[in-house]
Design a protein. Sequence first.
Lengths: 115, 435
Amino acid sequence: MKDMTFGTILAVFEEIFGIGLFWTLVAAAALVTATYIYVLIRDHSISWRKFLLAQLSMPIGAVLAVWFILVVTSSKLSDLGGPVDIIVFFGIATAGAIGTAILVYTIQSLVRPRQ
Amino acid sequence: MDIKLNRRQMLSLAAGGAALAATGGAQRAAAQVATKARIVIIGAGAGGTSLANRLVERLDGAQITVIDPRAEHLYQPGLSLVAAGLKPENYVVSKTTDWLPKSVTLIAEAASAIDPEAKTVDTAGGQSIAYDFLVVAPGLILDHDAIDGFSLDMVGKNGIGALYAGPQYAAATWQAAQAYTETGGVGLFTRPATEMKCAGAPLKHTFLIEDIARTANTRGKLDVHYMSNNDSLFGVPIVSEKVRMLFGDRGITPAYSHVLSGIDAGAKTATFVTPDGAVTREYDYIHVIPPQRAPEVIRQSGLSWADKWTDQGWVECDNATLHHLRYDTIWALGDVAGVPKGKTAASVKWQVPVVEDGLIAAIEGRASTETYNGYTSCPMITRVGRAMLVEFDYNNNLVPSFPGIIAPLEELWISWLMKEVALKATYNAMLRGRA
């Protein structure tokens, strides 16, 4: 890849989703992250009760993320062919799991602030 | 159970998030060059459009004119996917004007004559445009008439495919190919003996149709043959060997030095020129890729090589700078360039900065510094869901973008993901001059 700069990567992502949708997704991710940090600061603690449900949701997020990628790219699990494919596969699953955990934790904290 | 965090721990957590959010994009801001130069670009395809966008950013006051009669812009790397039923016809179609900067003048007519001595380009509509610098990027011509008995209205029926001819023909090709995957029989997958766009595409079509039949459990009915134009399966020897092994694995039979010269659609036979004379083969499905040549206007204007590719007429230019060897105000870009490799969108991506630098260097009166090494990339699809990210240069060296991570001769899911998700996006970013 020639000129693999941050600007190039940004341009490619804008083209993948369209400028509007891409920045909406970025804003949504930033909002969830900011809200997560907000509830941590507000509560001054991590609630392990809420964290338990967040952890339980992680496998669901992992599966959903992998399923989404497979569907949009017309591929299937048996197409994984080499070590890098396994790494990418687990990367996608991990990203889905962590994202879901943060989302679930944040929603619980907003809905039920104190326990 | 709860864990109490003190204020400092909380603040550092928050600061981490803020730092992530603040990673802004610093745009490249090269100083603009002031000039009154008249620059004419023939062709608004991948090369011409990308160059126009980059020149607009780099030059202040230049008069840039793009000449191209085509209202539609085609994302040609997508045609293989349309012809395998993986993408709809409109996946590859957009408007030429969607991509061009407002400050360039688009003349929606064909260039009819180029006079490199008087430095003018005439158009089919009777205009004559004077230039200081000319970039020829009109693409190439598919010479369907060179195949006896073949015409484009046959595509999609009676087992005839021709995906290069455009989106509607790629979609029609899928109709014929899909029927073939159901009914089976002999499939002949051809390629021309001339230089051609994306020499991987004939192989991709073969691999994809074979794989689709395999998935549909009809593979046993298909007898698949790849008709190579010479004694190899791909121009880069190490890739050719890999393809030979994959063909062995998939049960695809290669026929070497078989160049399609004609078809009899009624009898379903095809004639090939071989070293042993003409050979006629029966088919149930045939994929036709015709000989490819520079547009007539290039060949008539005296810009072509006189001693190379004389039947094809590619522009005589330096391999490294793409600068015309006889006219120092002319550059070739994209398919029409008379260089040994590089009729792909990936090559265009590498060539555009070279022509841009050559042109701006000429305006500034300095020597250009950028060179093109023949880089070409082919995400060689070997089945639905897997591809090999093959990248190479003039010297047939593999030049992987991600050495040690993405192996060039390995069938990988990640290479398929890149083709599916990132390739068109990268292409579009390139058109806008941003990649």
